[in-house]
Design a protein around this ligand. Structure first.
Ligand SMILES: Nc1ncnc2c1ncn2[C@@H]1O[C@H](COP(=O)(O)OP(=O)(O)O)[C@@H](O)[C@H]1O
Ligand SMILES: [Mg+2]
Length: 278
């Protein structure tokens, strides 16, 4: 099938080589709390894939399962496989996963507040022993010029600047895959646009593959090639970004709604889900 035909029908191109494959994983916290219940997804090399879903669906848990950071929260992958470039990642320590080329930009921009921008960026390069770190810092400043001017502590940066620094720090590890957790959270619409513009650029210029978790489905689908919608620890819907953006359920649940509309959408949602997705 041609790419255009695949886009239209909402199916996926068969030619894209998978960089990341998550196969039917189950995740349990503290040995008893089952959060992911057979989640599967695939991220082809060089693409941006969106992972959408309401609060509590298990999006962050999915990213932490991939990056190995679950371990730091007493979480464990108890079933299924996570494959990166065909090699199994299950149970590997987070720092070794970074060395393999995966970097997670955590929700809430976890930069180190009492270090400077430059120190935060150097920290991102902790796995590297080459002598091009300085050059990459300049490359990051190229994407985020305003960070160069901020010489004080990172804790004093604005929300948008902290998000930029968090992304810049990820770049310093020279990752093949960036896992981004809600980069739009807490940012003004203008900054959201700017940050998403940069996400698109990083993908195009540097060829970095991105798994993008978002509640802002409209923005996420505008940069992604493919998307998954999850609810209660599972994927309930997937398709090309174009097909998802046109999907009636997605429109209604994730692309519509401010305020009052959102309130009523809860009831509607479970009803519709039963009807269409189960
Ligand atoms: N460390 C943890 N221990 C126990 N339960 C957790 C932990 N982290 C998340 N959860 C639970 O897992 C579910 C999914 O959370 P999360 O992955 O953060 O969802 P999302 O990112 O989609 O909002 C929620 O019910 C949340 O309460
Ligand atoms: Mg989350």
């Amino acid at each position: 099938m041609s790419e255009a035909a695949a886009q239209q029908s909402g199916t996926r191109r068969e030619t894209a080589a998978p960089l990341l494959e998550v196969k039917n994983i189950e995740v349990v916290y503290s040995e008893v709390i089952l959060v992911l219940r057979g989640l599967s997804l695939m991220v082809p090399k060089g693409e941006i894939v969106a992972l959408l879903g309401a609060n509590g669906a298990g999006k962050s848990t999915t990213l932490k399962a991939i990056s190995g950071l679950l371990k730091t929260e007493e979480g464990e992958v108890t079933r299924g496989d996570i494959l990166f470039g065909g090699e199994r990642l299950n149970g590997i320590d987070p720092d070794r996963i970074v060395r393999r080329g995966i970097f997670q930009v955590m929700e809430g921009r976890r930069i180190i507040a009492d270090m400077t921008c430059l120190e935060n960026l150097r920290l991102g390069a902790f796995t590297r022993s080459d002598n091009e770190v300085r050059r990459d810092i300049d490359m990051v400043y190229g994407y985020f010029p305003r960070l160069r001017e901020r010489t004080g502590l990172a804790g004093y940066l604005s929300g948008g600047e902290q998000q930029m620094l968090a992304i810049g720090r990820a770049l310093m590890a020279r990752p093949k895959l960036i896992l981004m957790d809600e980069p739009s959270m807490g940012l003004s619409p203008l900054l959201v646009k700017e940050v998403f513009g940069i996400i698109r650029q990083l993908n195009r210029d540097l060829g970095i593959t991105i798994l993008l978790v978002e509640q802002n489905a409209r923005m996420a689908l505008s940069v992604a090639s493919y998307g998954y919608v999850m609810e209660q620890g599972k994927v309930v819907l997937d398709g090309t970004a174009a097909a998802l953006a046109e999907n009636e359920d997605v429109k209604e649940f994730y692309l519509g709604g401010h305020g009052a509309e959102r309130k009523s959408f809860r009831n509607l949602k479970s009803y519709k889900r039963r009807k269409r997705w189960l």
